[in-house]
Design a protein around this ligand. Sequence first.
Ligand code: UGA
Length: 432
Amino acid sequence: MEKIAVIGSGYVGLVTGACFAEIGHQVICVDNNKDKVAALKQGNVPIYEPGLSQLVLKNVKRKRLIFSDSIKEGVENSKAIFIAVGTPPKAKGEADLSAIEDVAEEIAKYMNSYRLIIQKSTVPIATGDWVESTVRMFKKKHAKFDIASNPEFLREGSAIDDFMHPDRIIIGVEAKKARELLSRIYKPIKARIVFTDVKSAELIKHASNSFLAMKISFINSLSRICDASGADIDKVAQGLGMDKRIGKDFLKASLGYGGFCFPKDLAAFINICERLGYNPELLKATAKVNEQQKEFFFRKIKKALWNISGKRIAVLGLSFKPNTDDIRLSPAIDIIRMLKKAGAKIATFDPRAMEKAKRELSGVDYCDNAYDAITGADCLVLATDWPQFSRLDLKRVKRLLKRPIIVDGRNMFDPVNMKRLGFQYSSIGRNA
Ligand code: UGA
């Protein structure tokens, strides 16, 4: 059992803290938002992530997981301190690292003996150097410390499983003592640990996210060629992905990727490259293709409807992907904004993200279920691939729609079957 503090109780921090407690460590999760900490102490998890509430409650009861708004308490009660605070984007995509600097300074002030400070947030290369020099500047003379980088690869919607069963664990660390402590922390998790220097670990995180985003933009580019030529993107992706060197994952054509990771991290990575004197054409093209894909999808809806102004459009899905209530940089929200601007009336439903969407997006009819949204609509737009949408009663959908038009941004249905059922169905890169 190791004593661990996790600073920052956002997505990564909360999942990390709860999972470390679950595998047997004593964990204190710290956040400067007092309301959030008060809620967490009561077992109220502010985000929807399958299994997270139960995991938090279970480990709070076992007294392995506690919450605090005091960094001092975290530092005093731990040997390993994970920094998992937000790094939101500034103008031009650069990551705002001020929260990391503040936390490093605070940790340093309260350290009375050896601590290992581990960076978990996604950060630019050389952030570790900055954390180290900041801690050195503010710490007491006798307090020894090491720093490490341990990027997180969990996905929203499957975060706990991703944390417990990762493909690999990346640890950027120089000191032997620190390496041993991190090895002990991760021992219960059966995965290969790759030890690197701190800068390489920082780069691996950016490289992983941008490579995955690039895979999506690549398949989305191919979907445009399929649309224009009559080829079928699902078959192309299947044939392509069977080559082990390419791999089948992240080759699902869509209306574009979203979320707070890919778009933000890619912009930050582009910014880092430019500051290092390198012009990352491939990364820029990845981001550009993603923006074009959303516009292309909007044009598809326009083509299906002829005129958009005055039409009622049912949009199913608001979150950037299924199994989350996260709407940050969601392509569904972008599409709704484009449709509204073009004069459409929007009726929408999402199984989890309605509350968050209501705070961001007004002038939209939020419905109690998918069928209510569809009733009387001139067109149904599928924006997020929630599994329950693929189980819709299509005959009922057809009866409820004013016109049998479906534009599917997630390729959820078989085009031949949709045609047979009498829909005017269009999707991404498939021609029935
Ligand atoms: C992503 C990475 O997958 C995680 O490894 C990483 O830890 C995380 O970012 C992060 O940096 O915190 P996440 O943003 O939760 O995770 O979601 P993904 O499952 O990667 O999906 C991102 C977007 O790509 C979604 O909008 C999804 O719908 C879209 N997508 C995904 C596609 O359009 N096609 C695909 O084949 C896969």
